[in-house]
Design a binder for this molecule. Structure first.
Ligand SMILES: Cc1cc2nc3c(=O)[nH]c(=O)nc-3n(C[C@H](O)[C@H](O)[C@H](O)COP(=O)(O)OP(=O)(O)OC[C@H]3O[C@@H](n4cnc5c(N)ncnc54)[C@H](O)[C@@H]3O)c2cc1C
Length: 364
């Protein structure tokens, strides 16, 4: 089929790659250069943190998120085969810590995580000071840590590049720097012209608001820093009553420090307040970050619906796949698998039963 995809961010790329490798003729439209610089997916920390995210998002996202770890392993090895690019995936757990004055935050987190339903991941458990140092030697100013098995993060910059190459190799075409005005059944309107396809996917994330009135943007800000003196091998979360930060290690001494969450659709640069909060929390976690270089300060909007769960809107010749909110990496593979199954008229294994409920499919 001739397939048009509006939006070459996380969702659009995952779909385009899989559709192109099935032999469809795929054309991707994006307003950016094709590298993904205007997508939330490229600047994100790409944390895969079902336990941590369950604190805000609840059981459904937790159960779906636990699957993502397995799904990414399979997807990344296929992607490496197709693109020749190896994308780093860390999944040896994450650690939450708190300063002594905020110890109750960590106790509360532990209590709430113990109440989650059993899954095929080990339950979170406490690390004593010596166990914490054995796991992460540089976290030596904390008396204990909460270990969250299975959590991790992936190298999203490499992922975007790998998906781009795999799409090229599978014969996908790009329409770069193309602002899409509207997407409808069988067409994408861009630059005043209507481009016709047999089937169209709308994957514009927050940018799809013109066609999806119920979509909102939730602003997030974060920093990419490079710290050659810091050696953290896992994501670390610092619990604090007012703001919590996480640090996601990336290859070559890069760390992503994030993220604010503000009910605003502003895409303005990061504010002084947010930058100060992120940096001071970073420094109190590990003084080695004092000499870190701030390589990039980014802000973007997470695409979200009222219930903060993803949705698929479907009509003849059209599918809108959106609402990944703060869970693009955690829920993206499941959402894309669901979209592909609907496109092919296949039934999907509902897994632990939460899939059907968590991803609403709505007539467009
Ligand atoms: C600060 C921050 C941190 C995050 N951290 C994490 C994390 O650790 N783990 C996690 O799972 N998720 C995280 N997320 C969420 C994740 O990034 C998003 O859920 C995910 O990127 C959404 O994917 P998408 O493809 O729908 O949208 P996007 O990735 O934003 O892609 C949308 C694409 O559409 C294009 N586009 C939009 N409008 C138009 C238009 N009119 N014309 C042409 N092109 C258009 C954009 O240029 C972009 O390339 C984070 C998000 C933010 C903002």
């Amino acid at each position: 089929m001739r397939i048009g995809i509006a939006g070459a961010g996380l969702c659009g790329r995952l779909l385009a790659w899989q559709l192109a490798r099935q032999g469809h003729s795929v054309t991707l439209f994006d307003r950016d250069s094709g590298a993904g610089e205007q997508s939330a997916g490229l600047i994100a920390a790409a944390m895969l943190a079902p336990y941590s995210e369950s604190l805000r998002a609840g059981n459904k996202v937790f159960q779906l998120g636990c699957r993502a770890l397995r799904q990414w392993q399979g997807l990344l090895s296929l992607l490496c085969h197709d693109s020749g690019v190896k994308v780093e995936l860390r999944h040896s757990g994450s650690i939450a810590v708190a300063h002594r004055a905020d110890a109750l935050e960590l106790d509360d987190m532990s209590r709430r995580l113990q109440a989650l339903p059993a899954v095929d991941l080990q339950r979170p458990y406490w690390l004593s000071a010596s166990e914490l140092r054995a796991a992460e030697p540089e976290l030596d100013n904390f008396e204990r840590g909460l270990y969250l098995p299975g959590e991790g993060c992936l190298d999203n910059r490499a992922l975007f590049a790998a998906l781009g190459q795999a799409i090229d190799k599978a014969g996908g075409r790009w329409r770069r720097q193309q602002q899409v005005e509207t997407v409808g059944a069988g067409f994408i309107r861009s630059g005043g012209a209507s481009h016709r396809f047999d089937y169209v996917f709308d994957c514009r994330g927050f940018g799809a608001g013109t066609d999806l009135r119920e979509l909102r943007g939730v602003r997030g800000e974060l920093l990419w820093v490079r710290a050659t003196e810091v050696k953290l091998s896992r994501p670390v979360r610092l619990m604090h009553p007012r703001y919590q930060i996480y640090i996601a290690p990336k290859p070559d001494h890069f760390y992503v420090v994030g993220a604010t969450e503000i009910e605003s659709e502003s895409l303005a640069p990061i504010t002084v307040r947010s930058a100060l909060e992120l940096q001071s929390a970073l420094y109190t976690l590990h003084t080695g970050f004092a000499e870190a270089e701030i390589v990039q300060a980014s802000s973007q909007c997470r695409p979200a619906f009222e219930d903060n769960l993803p949705r698929i809107y479907q009509a003849e010749g059209l599918m809108r796949v959106n609402g990944l909110y703060r869970h693009g990496y955690l829920l993206g593979p499941t959402l894309v698998a669901r979209a592909l199954a609907l496109f092919e008229n296949r039934a999907v294994d509902p897994g632990n039963g939460s899939l059907e409920e968590a991803i609403k499919v709505i007539p467009a």
